[in-house]
Design a protein around this ligand. Structure first.
Ligand SMILES: [Zn+2]
Length: 415
């Protein structure tokens, strides 16, 4: 009987694969530009498929371009354990966001091959199409279509800024596959990813056990006041839209503490009219992004925002409107997967902590179809979506070992 618990990944090979993939779409600033369905994306996909085939995997692509590479198990009819992430990047992205999860998955398969170890059920590494959403909207298109949360036709009809369609680009790069873009039975799904935040590095913890993902809501705020002469209108007699907006921003931000450490509110795209410095502004608008791991708290945040908008508008003699543009529900990951991750991490002797992800990932959609969870590793200063994004080889190896040992546990465990 082989000793599964002693087996470890090859950290150097994982690092070399990451650096080789980083050559594809390499930017002058040391990052990567491998946006979805571009020529660079095609080259990256080709490289990944070639590596998977050399590792003996059966590779298939579905109609939205998701790539699945399967290593068969002893029991063919068992549902696979699925693990991976995305190969596409932001226009000025880094070398690790997404690609780490995909290549860590490949490293798990290579490691099992080296050790000549089989698994009971099949295991599959996946690369989801267009996670970033920077070229084609929406983000997480591949996992969204797979889980049935986004319509495949809507995705394929999307056009980029130059009017080129998703379907045409998928055909052009040769990744419009034959498999249906639909969820199949999966025993458990795992995604290992850099944290993209500063907590693990700050606390000197190697493994983040991600128990859930924040819910997120987007709003447009508009304040309507009355334009007036900047010199002749007394301060007390103004209906200044900018003043109302600034009070709402500072008032709401100050009240956030009551929602705990996990609450987030980000105001952006501030604008005002008319474009004149000696006129009291009649229109002020802003965008707002709020996040929290609990949907009820998000409801409460929205309620307070509306109250403050009405209150400050009344005080200032302005009118206000709040438009909700989108609502992404929060996610709690599967206990079946989380307990396996915790035990695997413990057996490997790495420091771990539970955490909530502030960023949305493919696993959010995947978790709607099967038991899923995520593993985080630290990244330098928490910087991501940036060419300087960086992570230590030792931490990347640790995350990959946790992935491997979690897969081996889940494979042998009864659900
Ligand atoms: Zn990512």
């Amino acid at each position: 009987m082989p000793n599964y618990s002693q087996i470890r990944v090859n950290g150097k090979r994982l690092w070399d694969s990451l650096m080789r993939m980083a050559e594809v779409g390499k930017t002058a600033g040391g990052g990567c530009n491998r946006q979805a369905l571009t020529h660079e994306d095609k080259i990256g996909r080709d490289l990944f498929c070639e590596w998977c085939k050399s590792a003996g995997c059966e590779v298939r692509t579905d109609k939205v371009g998701n790539i699945f590479a399967r290593r068969p198990g002893f029991i063919a009819e068992r549902s696979p354990i699925l693990f991976g992430s995305h190969l596409d990047t932001q226009p000025t992205g880094g070398k690790f966001d997404g690609v780490y999860g995909v290549l860590a998955g490949l490293e798990v398969i290579r490691t099992l091959n080296d050790a000549e170890l089989g698994t009971l059920g099949p295991i599959e590494v996946v690369s989801w199409t267009n996670e970033e959403g920077s070229r084609f909207s929406p983000a997480m298109a591949g996992s969204g279509a797979w889980s049935g949360k986004i319509s495949l036709d809507d995705i394929l009809d999307q056009k980029d800024l130059h009017g080129i369609s998703f379907q045409d680009e998928l055909d052009r790069i040769g990744y419009s596959g034959a498999a249906p873009a639909r969820a199949f039975p999966v025993r458990a799904a795992l995604e290992v990813h850099i944290e993209q935040g500063p907590i693990l590095e700050k606390e000197d913890v190697q493994i983040g056990v991600v128990t859930g993902v924040q819910g997120m809501r987007w709003y447009d705020i508009k304040i309507i006041g009355i334009s007036a002469h900047a010199g002749t209108t007394p301060m007390s007699g103004r209906n200044d839209a900018v003043i109302t907006l600034s009070k709402v921003i500072s008032g709401f931000t100050e009240e956030l503490f009551q929602f705990g450490e996990a609450a987030r509110a980000t105001f952006s795209s501030l604008r005002s009219e008319p474009l004149s410095r000696n006129t009291v502004q009649s229109v002020a608008s802003a965008s707002l992004d709020i996040r929290h791991p609990n949907d009820e708290e998000l409801d409460r945040m929205e309620k307070i925002l509306r109250l403050r908008l009405n209150e400050f508008s009344k005080l200032n003699g302005t009118k206000s409107s709040l438009t909700r543009l989108s609502k992404t529900e929060s996610t709690m990951f599967s206990e079946f997967c989380l307990s396996a991750i915790k035990k695997a991490t413990e057996s490997l002797g790495y420091k771990q902590r539970e955490m909530i992800s502030g960023a949305v990932h493919d696993s959010v959609y995947v978790s709607r179809s099967c038991p899923a969870a995520m593993i985080f590793v630290p990244c330098l200063r928490g910087v991501s979506h940036n060419e300087s994004e960086s992570a230590l080889p030792g931490d990347l190896t640790a995350g990959c070992n946790v992935l491997l040992q979690t897969i081996l546990r889940l494979d042998r465990q009864f659900q």
